[in-house]
Design a protein around this ligand. Structure first.
Ligand code: DX5
Ligand code: ZN
Length: 229
């Protein structure tokens, strides 16, 4: 990253959109987003189910230029990555806790043409990622326990972001840091100030009467906090 920060990206999580109106939900944002975050849950790694590769296929076909950020909460991820890589997600993110073969999975994602990312549960130490940091383009720090939208933010995870940013600089690496869970207008600035480059928000955007307005405000606050204003 050469010490230069990118302007923070806002990634709405479709998990909080009306499942009967996902497309209308995206349109209701009026372009006030940077990435689209897709949560894939298997009812095994996390105690909930969501959707599968068919939604990624549909989004990729409808929005060929969109940055699609796929968060796999499945175990083991190696059984599922091919069915997602086929539809060319920009980022394909697997959990550190979900496989003993993390390096192999990350390598397979890169070879499959997507950018590999690794996610970390709130209860996992950031040091667990040290060996694989050179192999990822994204580290997703979970700020709630994965499985559900609309949960309360766990502020203690912010220290993980600071540590990751220090290690990124010390080792000359270029991965982005993303945070996911419980982020909204009241805490987005704090999250960006801790060093996050990509902010996921579900309930804070789709739970509002005017999602485009909230997404615009989140972006504005994130950018101001990112530029030190
Ligand atoms: C939780 C998911 C999140 C979730 C975030 O397991 O990974 O992406 O949709 O939702 P909010 O922003 O409502 O906490
Ligand atoms: Zn997510």
């Amino acid at each position: 990253m050469n010490g230069q920060r990118i302007p923070p990206r806002i990634a709405p999580s479709l998990l909080s959109a009306d499942p009967l109106r996902i497309w209308e939900g995206l349109q209701s944002l009026a372009g006030e987003y940077d990435w689209i975050h897709l949560d894939i849950m298997d009812g095994h790694f996390v105690p909930n189910l969501s959707y599968g590769p068919a939604l990624l296929k549909a989004l990729r076909s409808a929005l060929p230029e969109a940055v699609l950020d796929v968060h796999l909460m499945v175990e083991p991820p190696e059984n599922f990555i091919d069915s997602f890589l086929r539809w060319k997600p920009d980022y394909l993110v697997v959990h550190q806790e979900a496989t003993p073969h993390l390096h192999r999975v990350l390598q397979a994602i890169r070879e499959g043409g997507s950018r590999p990312g690794v996610a970390l549960n709130p209860g996992t130490c950031v040091e667990a990622l040290d060996p694989i940091l050179p192999f990822v383009d994204l580290v997703l720090v979970m700020s709630v326990n994965p499985g559900f939208g609309g949960q309360a933010f766990i502020p203690e995870v912010l220290s993980k972001t600071r540590t990751l940013c220090q290690r990124r600089a010390a080792r000359g690496l270029g991965f982005l840091v993303e945070m996911d869970g419980g982020i909204g207008l009241s805490n987005v600035e704090e999250v960006v100030r801790s060093g996050c480059d990509v902010i996921v928000a579900g309930n804070a955007i789709f739970g509002e009467a005017d999602p485009a307005l909230t997404a615009r405000l989140l972006r504005k606050k994130a950018r101001e906090a990112g530029s030190g204003e």
